[in-house]
Design a protein around this ligand. Structure first.
Ligand SMILES: [Zn+2]
Length: 277
């Protein structure tokens, strides 16, 4: 499932390639995503130029000149790829190419999503701040707002597992299952620990390590397990740098103790029973 680093990697590539380009045609072949794509989306986008590509949490925001913003969520299995004129990308089943935009230099943006849990919605820029999907989201992990003091305050009195809290989008934007496991391993905190019992020193480490892990993942183009591909159709390389995720039974890279798996909040979580208290 694409998380913040995957969406940020995508944003960076698109920001380089498509800003200033105009949409000359838009085709919605399959509108039935998590919520149906509005019937007038293609007509409203055609003729618009892309002014900026932004991101909030796991949402990609393609801003057009004038007043509209295309909000894209990749769901479980979505990819938005940039295809230069005449370039076909391998690894994508064309039956799942649900939406495509052709730009004025002949290049294309194609949304492919086998499981169709994604979201694509065009809205006026002014509505962005108040839209339900975005209004409830907590601070970005790279901002000043996400500090040790902030994390200390929001964890106090919380009985739930620290891993669930890190994955709670209202607490911090964009951290999902893979990165939560990696962050807690590096911070030396077990994913099952009650958030309210995590010490000040541990909270401080989690707050420092969270943006570090995410930045490292962005630098590697994200993480690919199954279907995820970046904007150029390439798998993310952070998978080579994962220290605990999906490594059940394999030796801890620090102390050689076998890595264990535990289910927290219905998601598999991975930890070293020796390094993580
Ligand atoms: Zn260990």
């Amino acid at each position: 499932m694409p998380e913040l680093p995957e969406v940020e990697s995508l944003r960076r590539i698109l920001a380089r390639e498509v800003v200033g380009r105009r949409v000359v045609s838009a085709v919605v072949k399959e509108a039935r995503l998590r919520r149906a794509i509005a019937p007038d989306l293609a007509a409203r986008i055609t003729g618009c130029a892309i002014a900026r590509v932004a991101r909030r949490a796991k949402y990609l925001l393609i801003e057009f000149d004038g007043d509209s913003v295309l909000m894209v969520h990749l769901g479980m299995s979505g990819s938005l790829t940039y295809r230069p004129h005449g370039v076909a990308l391998s690894g994508f089943d064309p039956r799942h190419d649900h939406v495509s935009f052709t730009l004025d230099d002949g290049s294309m943006l194609v949304y492919n999503d086998p499981r169709r849990f994604g979201l694509m919605k065009l809205l006026p820029r002014a509505e962005l701040a108040s839209i339900a999907e975005l209004a409830a989201i907590g601070p970005e992990p790279f901002g000043k707002e996400f500090s040790a003091e902030y994390l200390w305050q929001v964890t106090r009195g919380r009985a739930g597992a620290i891993k669930n809290l890190l994955m709670d989008q209202k607490i911090v934007a964009g951290v999902g299952n893979i990165y939560a496991s990696e962050i807690l391993f590096r911070a030396g905190v077990r994913p099952t620990r009650r958030a309210g019992r995590v010490t000040r020193a541990e909270v401080g480490r989690v707050a420092t390590i969270t943006p570090q892990v995410l930045r490292e993942a962005i630098g590697s183009g994200g993480t690919t397990f199954r279907s995820y591909r970046d904007a150029r159709g390439q798998p993310g390389r952070f998978v080579e740098r994962l220290r605990v995720y999906d490594r059940t039974g394999k030796p801890c890279l620090v102390c050689a103790t076998p890595i264990r798996a535990v289910v927290v909040g219905q998601r598999s979580s991975f930890f070293c029973p020796r390094c993580q208290k």
